[in-house]
Design a protein around this ligand. Structure first.
Ligand code: PEP
Ligand code: MG
Length: 914
């Protein structure tokens, strides 16, 4: 471990802590300490790329500041030492009156949080040094423009001045001069603007704009620390599940200028298209501009390829650097650069965000280019991305009226009502509507609306605009830069080129894959990836051209080859079973038999409950038997040759009976009219008898089987007879009988004895050996804690992590998610609902313990999981590590689970206790 990591990690370490790193001291693997930006600036510096010199203040310093309200005592001196070194290297001092060194102060957390945190450029300018900058650059206009930008950014982000005040003053200055862009403002205009900006600061912040450059820098660093806990940042972290305690690093970097005239500029680029993965020259460039101008959509950018015309030498150097970076990082990189009077500078790089489709394509392209191997390729895609690719898309053959077209920034098909601001989006979604958020361009204040909306449409900005980057990160459909659509926020309407007006509330459809915007609701069709899983397209056929489908096919093939976990589906009818099988399920891990008691069969259940005598009960069960058997015959046929775990009835019986209140009212009314039937009176008595305060913890599962004589026997007989009939039809049924909600081995023994007897009877009747196994769900803490005893009597365990989560936490699932989970998530009690992703420390610990205890008694004990977590990517990794044999999930999640099981097996950091 390197020294600094020890220093940073250990509070009790007596060696002095190091809070500041020169760019030359870091590397790309130090993201925890230096943040993503700092680590990558260091990496580029060490690769010999042109990075302006600077230093990084660590996340550890930020954490001390956030915990104690003060920066660590040593920080000031360390910053001074690094600043002095930077000054001597650059041959000028920060803010020096005749030739100022200027720096940027930029946030940079471990995970990129686009637009969420603050940046201040041009620190070091003051009423004095602005003249020095003008003299040194020979450009008065540039100096005043830089100064007004500093006051504006500093005012807004450090001193909390309303940014609109500056924007309005800028607009006014442009109006006064009769010009439309900021570049047309002259030095005297900008000088006047600086005075106005200073007045705004004075009035709004109650203090003057600081003239001491070091004070500027220190305040900016503090503001970046504070921005970690800003509302925007917290919201983004919750969305992206980034822990709140990481803190941000702060990068102090010597300024280079893109606003020094037409031979200067700033740009962003990707080494491949982040939407499709295709190699090429992708990016935007803006001449004579600085900082965020290029992504803010302030002026129209030009495509990066146009840079060749403007500055061929820089363009060639940039392409060379992009290739170096791609080869070095072995992945798509995105970069920010600036050209200062013909000299190229790299300001940032990182492994770039990409759409789900591009992730799959790029992973196989990199394999084909020999840059990564198959195991690495699997780490480049995620189950969540695959799930996204399985969303439907618009039907190309459907009648649709195109309103216009923008840039396809984040794929998907979104339909909803037009809304023109974030608050309205949130309100309408709360009221149950689907909305498309329409803005000219988005900024971090729109985040709530973006989260709520089905899709986002903007009229300005390119593929790297805020809307595009954030939407891609969220996996949300986005069309941006639809310039032909006129967005009028005041009148809350959008006007298409032909004059057609879409008002707030009107429905429109946006296609993030093509960039098209349609009026009204366009019908959607299945995704090509689903068509592939359905077996309707063959990626290996001659002439198969869909590159995405081919990439998915190859990665699924790798995943299937390496994974150890098997993947089954939760299905209880032949249709779902068939689909699951097409999607690659290797059996059914959970057939919930309760649906077989609904519909027309309710009457039979009522008879069962109302039965006063053994004879009546047996009659009711006898009537249910053939129906159950028929269900199983179908299911075993569609899963022929594969295991089918059939769970005996789990929910409380009253779920199959009429509602207590409704029935009470009916009986009361009938009584008052004197028309009440004997049947209804008996039914009401039964419903009242079976009513429970907390049915989840009441008479359900194995308890029901033990108190309703004959119920489980009937189900076991139906399973055994169905298996026997499939055998007779030359089938290969592999049924497994599963007992729900077992808390103690005694319950299981009783049911198992009964089941064994019935199976033996059926085997004798049909003259076959059925090889049926009997196992149990482990879904109560007591079952997990006594798993060793239970294993003595079980052929398999299937972890019911839904109930196990409910009972380990004492959470009633139906109640807690709606009532207080939002608040728990906001308060950071947990980062994700434990019903969605397995709680490794609590529920997960019990799973591990039970698995070990079970296997200790019975080494061949088959172990599976059939709760919702079986289809959740993170949880699949956990089950792999815990050494289970299979996960079972809903049919549509089967491909996701296959992929994640492959990723877990190929992940070098993942252990596997099997
Ligand atoms: C479980 O509890 O995890 C489970 C699969 O059973 P159910 O959701 O039907 O209670
Ligand atoms: Mg359960």
């Amino acid at each position: 471990m390197p020294d600094h990591a020890v220093n940073a990690a250990s509070a009790v370490d007596s060696t002095p802590r190091k809070f500041v790193y020169d760019f030359a001291e870091g590397n790309k693997d130090l993201k925890d300490l230096l943040g993503g930006k700092g680590a990558n600036l260091a990496e580029m510096t060490n690769l010999g790329l042109p990075v302006p010199p600077g230093f990084t203040i660590t996340t550890e310093a930020c954490k001390v500041y956030l915990d104690s309200g003060d920066a660590p005592a040593e920080l000031r001196d360390e910053v001074s030492a690094h600043l002095a070194a930077l000054e001597s290297r650059m041959g000028k001092k920060l803010g020096q009156a005749d030739d100022p060194l200027l720096v940027s102060v930029r946030s940079g957390a471990k995970f990129s949080m686009p637009g969420m945190m603050d940046t201040v450029l041009n620190i070091g300018l003051s009423d004095d040094s602005v003249h020095g900058l003008a003299a040194q650059s020979g450009d008065e206009r540039f100096a005043w423009d830089s100064y007004r930008r500093l006051i504006q950014m500093f005012g807004k982000t450090v001193l909390d001045v309303d940014g609109d005040l500056f924007e309005e003053a800028l607009e006014e200055a442009k109006r006064g001069r009769g010009v439309s862009t900021d570049v047309e403002l002259t030095a005297p205009d900008l000088k006047e603007l600086v005075e106005r900006f200073k007045g705004i600061v004075e009035r709004s912040a109650g203090r003057g704009f600081p003239q001491d450059p070091r004070e500027q820098m220190d305040l900016a660093v503090r503001a970046v620390f504070d921005s970690w806990n800003g509302e925007r940042a917290r919201l983004y972290r919750r969305q992206e599940r980034i822990p709140h305690d990481l803190g941000t690093a702060v990068n102090v970097c010597s300024m280079v200028f893109g606003n020094l005239g037409p031979d200067s500029g700033t740009g962003v680029a990707f080494t491949r298209d982040p939407a499709s993965g295709q190699q090429g020259v992708y990016g935007d460039y803006l001449q004579n501009a600085q900082g965020e101008d290029v992504v803010a959509g302030i002026r129209n950018t030009v495509p990066l390829a146009d840079l060749e015309e403007l500055d061929a030498a820089s363009y060639r150097e940039l392409l060379g650097i992009m290739e170096t970076l791609e080869t070095h990082y072995k992945d798509l990189c995105d970069i920010e650069f600036t050209i200062e009077r013909g000299k190229l500078w790299m300001l940032q790089t990182r492994v770039g965000k990409r759409t789900a489709a591009a992730a799959f394509r790029i992973a196989v392209q990199l394999v084909d280019q020999g840059l990564i191997n198959e195991a690495e390729a699997l780490q480049r895609v995620r189950g969540a991305q695959l799930a996204q690719l399985m969303f439907p898309r618009f039907d190309r053959d459907a009648e649709s009226e195109t309103l216009g077209r923008g840039i396809a920034a984040s794929p998907g098909a979104a339909v909803g009502q037009a809304v023109f601001d974030s608050d309205t989006a949130v309100e309408r979604v709360r009221a149950g509507e689907r909305v498309i958020l329409i803005r000219r361009e988005t900024n971090p204040d729109d985040l709530d609306g973006m989260i709520a909306a089905e899709g986002i449409l903007t009229s300005r900005g390119g593929k790297t605009s805020h809307a595009a980057v954030v939407a891609r990160g969220m996996g949300k459909t986005c069309v941006c830069g639809a310039e032909e659509l006129e967005v009028d926020l005041k009148r809350r309407q959008l006007t298409a080129p032909g004059g057609l007006v879409i008002r707030e509330g009107d429905v429109l459809s946006i296609d993030g894959t093509t960039g098209a915007v349609y009026r009204g609701e366009v019908p959607v069709v299945a995704s090509p990836v689903v068509e592939y899983f359905e077996g309707r397209t063959d990626p290996e056929a001659d002439g198969a051209t869909d590159e995405l489908v081919q990439a998915v096919h190859r990665l699924m093939t790798y995943a299937d080859r390496v994974r150890r976990l098997r993947v089954r589906a939760n299905a209880d009818n032949a249709e779902d079973a068939d689909r699951a099988r097409r999607f690659g399920a290797q059996g059914i891990g959970l057939c919930r038999t309760e649906h077989m008691f609904l519909g027309d069969r309710r009457g039979l259940v009522e008879r069962l409950v109302l039965a006063d005598t053994d004879g009546e009960r047996e009659e009711a069960l006898k009537a249910l038997l053939p129906l159950q058997k028929g269900d199983f015959v179908e299911l075993f046929a569609s899963m022929d040759g594969l295991p089918v775990t059939v769970r005996l009835l789990d929910p409380p019986l009253h779920e199959f009976l009429p509602d207590l209140t409704e029935l009470s009212v009916r009986v009361a009314l009938d009584e008052s009219r004197g028309t009440v039937s004997e049947q209804d009176t008996r039914l009401l008595a039964a419903v009242q008898r079976l009513h429970e305060q907390n049915p989840m913890l009441g008479l359900r599962g194995v308890r029901l089987g033990l108190v309703i004589p004959g119920l489980f026997t009937m189900q076991v007989r139906a399973i055994a007879e169905a298996a026997a009939e499939r055998r007779a039809a030359q089938g290969d049924p592999r049924a497994e009988i599963m007992i729900p909600l077992v808390g103690t081995v005694q319950e299981l023994e009783l049911v198992r004895d009964e089941a064994t007897a019935v199976i033996a009877e059926v085997e004798a009747e049909y003259g076959v050996e059925l090889a049926l196994t009997v196992g149990t769900m482990i879904e109560l803490p007591r079952a997990a804690l006594t798993a060793g005893q239970i294993a003595e009597c079980a052929d398999f365990f299937s972890f019911g992590t839904n109930d196990l989560t409910q009972t380990v936490w004492g959470f009633s699932r139906d109640d807690v998610e709606a009532s207080f989970f939002t608040s728990y998530l906001e308060k950071g009690v947990f980062g994700v609902s434990p019903f969605e992703t397995i709680d490794r420390d609590g529920v997960g610990a019990l799973v591990r313990q039970a698995a070990e205890a079970g296997r200790a008694v019975r080494p061949d004990l088959k172990l599976g999981i059939c709760g919702e977590h079986g289809g959740d990517p993170d949880s699949v990794h956990f089950f792999h590590e815990a050494g289970l044999d299979y996960v079972s999930c809903s049919p549509f999640r089967v491909p996701v689970a296959r992929l994640e099981a492959g990723r877990a097996a190929a992940d070098p950091s993942s252990s596997d206790s099997r």
